[in-house]
Design a protein around this ligand. Sequence first.
Ligand SMILES: [Zn+2]
Length: 300
Amino acid sequence: MSSTDPNVFMRWSIGAVKITRVLELPPVSADPAIFIQTDKQAIIERRAWLCPDFAEEDGSIKLHFQAFIIEARGLRILVDPCIGNDKPRSHPALSMLNNPFLERLAAAGYPRESIDYVLCTHLHVDHCGWNTMLVDGKWLPTFPNAQYLFAKDEYQHLQVDDHGDARAVLEDSVKPIVDAGLARFVDPDHVIVDEVRLQPTPGHTPGHCSVVVSSQGQEAVITGDVLHHPVQVAIPHVGDNFCWDQQLATSARRRLLEQVSNRKALLLGSHVSGPTGIYLKPDGDSWTIDGTANEGTGRD
Ligand SMILES: [Zn+2]
């Protein structure tokens, strides 16, 4: 995948706000049970709308690892800087990567020095890795001119979390930002600029936030990991395998999906493959897809 590959970037306009997607890894195809608490049969039963964008005919799911750049009022906000390079991680597929993510970001028009804010929906390995980069054996902020926004509850939880790679994330992706004086600790409903705000969606982690973009009557929501795969819009009670509190996460997921559906918002899924952007409509007591969008303007 070269930086000129058209599949690397996707762009949407939400009123006066631009949102660009940059992929870190090539799309991943996997048994759903690795990520979410359901099996291939649940996918196969819904293959009419899940294939080919979001799943394979055999019931494997497709997933992306990707970041979003929001441009609003002349400010550039990078949401969820993926996994990062050179970081030792417990899962081999995420460990010691060497990907041209920064080159892709620059090719999309966003050299790292031009980013004003970095925002992590939560502090898991695949959402804050590029916070830092390895320079002469030290982890330094990748985006030297940015303020890094961390939800207070999320940051506090990371101090005591000893699951998975949490200690390593704290040491190599969060602490160097705090030490450099670039961290800002915010409330879970923090407003970054008029058009861009956080919305608390706790459960996957204690301080998990989604990002709401509203401009000129149009809206988009960047989910973070309140949702991993589009099948969860149809079966929102299905949680993921990396979750802190399943019940809380399910409530947050249902609330967010209802909001997206009611407000005709563009749902931009942090791990959603294919067109990445989806619209929802109600279907009984859950939802189904009401169109996809890999580019273009939001709905009024
Ligand atoms: Zn994730």
